[in-house]
Design a protein around this ligand. Structure first.
Ligand code: ZN
Length: 236
């Protein structure tokens, strides 16, 4: 069986609010933290620009995080564009489809991301795989469910003869509680960093600055982020 370091984590990091919070969570826990992101032909590359900026700012925010933060890997994955049209990879409107899932659903995306993350962790000797999936403010994505993640952990461990620990710190949190978690991990400075530098909007809008950050303000991702921040800020 492959030898894995208990005190290390690989965070699936997109540059959005959720994965940035997960990154802070991992940096507060593990001595060695690496990050991995995917260029899967997103319609808007703005997320990928944000992730480099967020990583640099995490390093600047706390010297202990700077020491713990290891290599970042950006993997190119254009297969999803070849598989078919979704609102995240093509110019398709964001709407419910006949399957009952929104057109932003990219079938298999999280399963593929985590399988590749596990392959990377295997090579890097990393025990913990950290992802920001969440079942509470559920967009209806079946690959974000807790049971999907638990089943995937079993499949990865069997298929790679390994003992990975798949961690999902946001699984049962509301979006407001995700802001609270960020505050608890890194204080007001971390909340300000996430507000200013992470990207969530499906349309790639970076021109409009709202109290909750940048975005179009109308897509489902913006609506969730705005409502969560309003609830969190109301409690401050
Ligand atoms: Zn938006």
């Amino acid at each position: 069986m492959v030898e894995l370091d208990n005190d290390s984590a690989l965070v699936v990091f997109s540059g959005g609010q959720d994965s940035a919070t997960c990154l802070a969570w991992a940096l507060c826990r593990y001595a060695r933290v690496e990050t991995m992101g995917f260029d899967y032909g997103q319609r808007h590359a703005v997320e990928l620009t944000c992730r480099a900026e967020v990583l640099a700012r995490f390093r600047a925010l706390r010297p202990d995080w700077d020491k713990r933060l290891g290599q970042d890997t950006l993997m190119s994955l254009n297969v999803f564009q070849q598989l078919g049209e979704t609102a995240l990879t093509h110019d398709v409107s964001i709407a419910m489809t006949k399957s009952g899932l929104p057109s932003t659903f990219v079938p298999g995306r999280n399963l593929v991301f985590l399988t590749l993350a596990a392959a990377q962790a295997y090579r890097r000797g990393i025990r913990r795989l950290v992802t920001g999936v969440c079942e509470t403010d559920f967009s209806g994505y079946p690959d974000c469910r807790d049971d999907t993640m638990k089943a995937l952990q079993v499949a990865l461990n069997l298929g790679m003869e390994a003992r990975f620990d798949l961690r999902t710190p946001l699984m049962w949190l509301t979006k407001a509680q995700t802001w609270e978690l960020a505050h608890g991990l890194g204080g007001a400075e971390l909340v300000a960093l996430i507000l200013e530098h992470t990207h969530t909007c499906y349309t790639g809008e970076r021109g409009l600055r709202h109290p909750w950050g940048y975005g179009c303000g109308a897509c489902p991702a913006c609506e969730l982020r705005a409502a969560g921040y309003a609830e969190y800020a109301g409690k401050l």
